[in-house]
Design a protein around this ligand. Structure first.
Ligand code: UT7
Length: 323
């Protein structure tokens, strides 16, 4: 059977990082509150020259370099983002142009913090159906542009960044020791819209709007939703928390990550946590965490990785991939 195998990965952050203490100079907050409630120590914030497209392009170029490919080797670009450069055209098409890619196709996909899981799953479906051979999957965000900097309950939580992976169609034997994506599970439930949303948009206010979140409500639902999709992934594969090498969750809050790992019986040594460095970068958080785990030598070829995310919509999803 055909599986989607990861060939390479890359990530990019804006030039400037902002610590909690720097935020505390501008608003009523503290390093102590932010670290205790979220685990976040700093985040990167794009300057006026940096955009979702420029960060996505940088991550894409590094992913291509990582596996020795050029843009012409790619058939399709899927960009997960909720902070596109423009309402249209799709930012993925701008990235395609920046890369000098003259063939193939590109589209954006919007599932907020679950965006990268939705994008990997969509890419896997294209590959398995034979419609694409090599896909560049990017998660890129500039959430700093949709934050209400007067609202301390949200603006301290998010950051900017981008990450990318390249998936290739490879013939495999159909067993669980194959490399590539072994299973994926997506969910959404629009009845929770009011708990995490942006209060603007082209068809409603005609403005970009600002992020609004009932943090405690989101927190309450997160753990159950993560359990739902991860258990589906374990059931579909016969794998379990002992068999996985690395747990790479969406990085929203260290307390959610710790509680999820505990509930799933995942050893804390297997959990990749980068929310301290990046804050919540929405669809970019998983590929940014992948990049950190690869660079520090933890994530290696052949390792079994459990990935999950939950976010606005609500949307939630999980996948298991052998690196
Ligand atoms: O990626 C998408 C998914 N999003 C998430 O997963 C986010 C989920 N939610 C969370 O991570 C947490 O709910 C938060 C980190 C957002 C908030 O933590 P919490 O423990 O739920 O705090 P809270 O909202 O209940 O607020 C506790 C107190 C409040 O004061 P009072 O009413 O108890 O006097 C807030 O006003 O903390 C206060 N507070 C702050 N204090 C200092 C809220 N924001 C801040 C702040 N600095 N930045």
């Amino acid at each position: 059977m055909i599986r989607s195998v990861v060939l390479g990965a890359g990530a990019a952050t804006p030039k400037h990082s902002v610590t909690n203490d720097q935020l505390a100079q501008k608003m009523e907050t503290s390093d102590e509150w932010i670290v205790q409630r979220t685990g976040i120590e700093q985040r990167y914030i794009a300057d006026s020259c940096e955009t979702t497209a420029s960060l996505g392009e940088r991550a894409a170029r590094l992913a291509l370099k990582d596996c020795g490919l050029i843009p012409d080797d790619i058939d399709l670009i899927i960009l997960a983002t909720s902070t596109p450069n423009n309402t249209f055209p799709a930012t993925s098409v701008e990235i395609q142009n920046r890369l000098g890619m003259k063939h193939g196709a590109a589209f954006d996909l919007q599932a907020v913090c679950t965006g990268f899981v939705f994008a990997m799953t969509t890419a896997d479906t294209y590959i398995k159906s034979g419609q694409a051979k090599r896909i560049l999957v990017i998660g890129a965000e500039t959430f700093s542009r949709i934050l209400d900097w007067q609202d301390r309950t949200t603006c301290v939580l998010f950051g900017d960044g981008a990450g990318a992976i390249i998936l290739e169609a490879q013939e495999c034997n159909g067993m669980m020791d194959d490399r590539g994506i072994l299973t994926n599970h997506l969910r959404s439930d629009g009845s929770h819209k009011g708990k995490l949303y942006v209060d603007g948009g082209p068809s409603t206010t005609g403005t970009v709007g600002h992020l609004r979140m009932q943090g405690r409500e989101v927190f309450k639902h997160a753990i159950g939703m993560i359990r739902d999709v991860v258990e589906s992934a374990f059931e579909a594969t016969g794998l379990d928390s002992d068999s996985i090498d690395w747990f790479i969750p969406h990085q929203a809050n260290k307390r959610i990550i710790d509680a999820s790992a505990k509930m799933l019986n995942i050893d804390s040594k297997k959990v990749v946590i980068t929310v301290n460095q990046h804050g919540n970068t929405s669809s970019a958080s998983i590929p940014l965490a992948i990049d950190v785990a690869r660079k520090d030598g933890r994530l290696k070829k052949g390792d079994l990785v459990l990935i999950e995310a939950m976010g606005g919509g609500f949307t939630w999803g999980a996948l298991i991939v052998r690196w």
